[in-house]
Design a protein around this ligand. Structure first.
Ligand SMILES: CCCCCCCCCC(=O)SCCNC(=O)CCNC(=O)[C@H](O)C(C)(C)COP(=O)(O)OP(=O)(O)OC[C@H]1O[C@@H](n2cnc3c(N)ncnc32)[C@H](O)[C@@H]1OP(=O)(O)O
Length: 225
């Protein structure tokens, strides 16, 4: 989802009305805050991986847990109530710090840096670590779908329109090893409010997942009707 489509909120009954929020804050300030918070998310990512892989003794585990709990309490001393949502400013900068795929403040997100090429191919590269395991040593199928969904959504949301995933189809050609992956997506065709997107997830040896998706411009976001 994007708040960059000139749609300040979903219509009544969409459940999105309070998610797209305009903030009176400069892009420079958003960038500055992001530079402070993103490294924290990086460190928490390391913590997640370390939690999976650690072989320290049990007492050490208990002590570390107490320290982590204390850090959580410090961070919660002042916080927003609920999800981070999608925010945007008057300069057209949007940010979704809690997003599960690209959220700069979300340690669950890899995070993905999604790039739109001049020819409208959208791509992203990342390295999937031990926290994304499904089959032994392999990327969880749902994680692959998660990353594909987002990159396909960006492809569908060209020209700043809002689209939502309608239907996604995945063909898992072969297992994806943990490690570097590349996602590519492009719009195949459009029919009315339906945007058909094709995409791939690949490891360094080639494509591991092929995806087809139907992304819909929701009726409430149609502004030129
Ligand atoms: C730049 C930043 C980009 C960020 C990218 C973010 C990527 C992440 C994307 C997501 O995760 S979005 C979250 C997951 N998706 C949802 O929560 C969507 C939930 N469903 C809805 O909100 C609505 O059902 C939906 C917007 C998909 C459709 O509602 P509408 O009322 O606008 O559709 P309508 O019923 O009028 O149908 C319009 C056309 O779409 C078709 N359609 C509707 N739902 C569909 C569906 N689910 N799958 C395929 N086609 C669908 C429908 O048949 C029809 O086709 P025709 O024009 O040919 O008659």
């Amino acid at each position: 989802m994007s708040a960059t489509g000139g749609v300040a909120g979903g219509g009544a009954g969409t459940g999105y009305a309070s998610i797209f929020v305009q903030e009176d804050v400069s892009t420079a300030e958003v960038d500055r805050l992001e530079a402070v918070h993103a490294p924290l998310a990086d460190s928490v990512r390391d913590l997640v991986a370390a939690t999976i892989q650690t072989c320290v003794d049990e007492d050490e585990v208990r002590e570390v847990r107490a320290e982590v709990d204390a850090l959580v309490a410090r961070l919660r001393a002042r916080r927003i109530d609920g999800p981070a949502g999608v925010r945007y400013n008057a300069e057209g900068r949007s940010w979704s710090w809690g997003n599960a795929v690209v959220g700069e403040r979300n340690a669950v997100a890899p995070p993905l840096d999604v790039v739109r090429d001049p020819d409208d191919l959208v791509h992203a590269e990342t390295v999937l670590g031990v926290q994304y395991e499904g089959p032994p040593g392999m990327v969880h199928g749902g994680v692959g779908a998660l990353l594909l969904d987002h990159v396909m959504g960006v492809a569908a949301s060209a020209r700043k329109r809002v689209t939502f995933t309608g239907t996604l189809t995945m063909r898992y050609v072969r297992a994806t090893p943990l490690g570097p992956v590349r996602i590519e997506a492009r719009v195949d065709r459009e029919e009315g409010r339906k945007v058909f997107v094709v995409a791939t997830l690949a490891d360094p040896d080639g494509v591991t997942v092929e995806a087809h998706g139907v992304f819909i411009v929701p009726s409430w976001a149609v502004t030129d009707a």
